[in-house]
Design a protein around this ligand. Structure first.
Ligand code: TXA
Ligand code: MG
Length: 301
């Protein structure tokens, strides 16, 4: 539908909205990564029935160092390939300000510095860290032109930066420990190995991980009881909608975006030996509720 310029895109992001942005790899669907409700809008627009961790886009290496437990391999790869089509997965820093929803509750963060001029200008102008998955609906291929985004996600404002130069999603490598390739891309294994002067592990089973194959997810240590109307003695009650007994409330006003934004942070907060279990009130199986319930079922399994 509408294409916008950089200052308009910055305005939308400041208002907590999402915009499609060009990067050198593919177009991304971006939100301020520190604003959980804005991040929830990304999942909503993609229509994905579950939460997948998102890539955080930064303006410079200093930001990446501050957000993660940075290490020597990160320094080497970032200086060799950033800005560019390489995403690094690292442990989150202790007081990492990125919404837990953006990393789907995980302790790691996927991070990259994009090379596209307009993406970089937008990062500079807003000062935001931008969470951005590819700007396609769930299950569809990544858009490499503004027009693809407009066809696929009508109503989402698009910053038109022309055709994407690389046209393939970024390479993803987990360097929390032994470097492991999670997704192949324009930065090849050979290039990574040369820079690190070490071998890169391909993910187990020799088959390379495709997006979405990452099934690791956050699970609380305490038992989780779903569809609870009340807490039993000793249990914490994670409420949804009005409740007098809530230990924490995902959204008193039945707002699914607010609930998604609070979900992982509240599960973590309740996951302490102070309780015997986490009882969770029912969440409607509609819109973002489908993805919330998917995560809750996994947490309860
Ligand atoms: O080129 C790209 O990377 C584009 C542009 C917009 O930057 N973005 C992109 O995002 O392809 P997306 O969401 O379509 O793919 C991100 C992949 C997903 O497969 C996700 O599982 C993985 O990154 N990922 C994100 N956070 C992760 C983490 N903490 N650990 C492992 N994998 C992670
Ligand atoms: Mg994608």
């Amino acid at each position: 539908m509408s294409t916008i310029n950089i200052s308009h895109a910055a305005e939308e992001l400041r208002a907590g909205n999402i915009v499609a942005i060009p990067t050198e790899t593919v177009y991304g669907l971006a939100a301020n990564a520190q604003n959980g409700e804005a991040v929830a809008k990304i999942y909503e627009a993609k229509g994905r029935p579950s939460f997948n961790p998102l890539i955080i886009h930064v303006e410079d290496i200093a930001q990446a160092r501050a957000l993660t437990r940075w290490n020597a391999n990160a320094e080497t790869l970032a200086s060799a390939f950033w800005p560019g089509p390489l995403t690094l997965v690292l442990p989150r820093a202790e007081h990492c300000p990125i919404s837990l929803l953006a990393s789907a509750g995980m302790d790691t963060l996927a991070i990259r510095m994009p090379a596209h001029r307009m993406a970089r200008e937008l990062l500079r102008e807003t000062g935001f860290l931008l969470a951005a998955p590819s700007a396609n609906r769930s299950g569809r291929i990544s858009p490499t032109r503004a027009q693809h985004v407009q066809e696929e996600l009508p109503g989402i404002p698009v910053l038109d930066g022309g055709p994407c130069e690389v046209g393939l999603e970024s390479t993803i490598v987990n360097i929390s420990g032994e470097p492991t390739l999670l997704r192949p891309g324009a930065v090849t294994v050979a290039m990574l190995e040369r820079a690190l002067n070490a071998r890169i592990r391909l993910h187990a089973g020799s088959e390379i991980l495709a997006p979405g194959m990452l099934e690791s997810h956050y699970a609380p240590a305490l038992p989780v009881r779903l569809n609870a109307e009340h807490a039993n003695p000793g249990e914490a009650l994670l409420a949804f909608g009005p409740s007098d007994e809530a230990t924490l409330n995902l959204s008193e006003s039945n707002n699914l975006r607010e609930a998604a934004a609070n979900l992982f942070a509240y599960l973590r907060a309740l996951d302490t030996p102070a309780y015997t279990a986490i009882a969770i009130m029912p969440i409607p199986e509609e819109g973002l509720g489908v993805a919330i319930n998917d995560r809750l079922r996994r947490a309860a399994a």
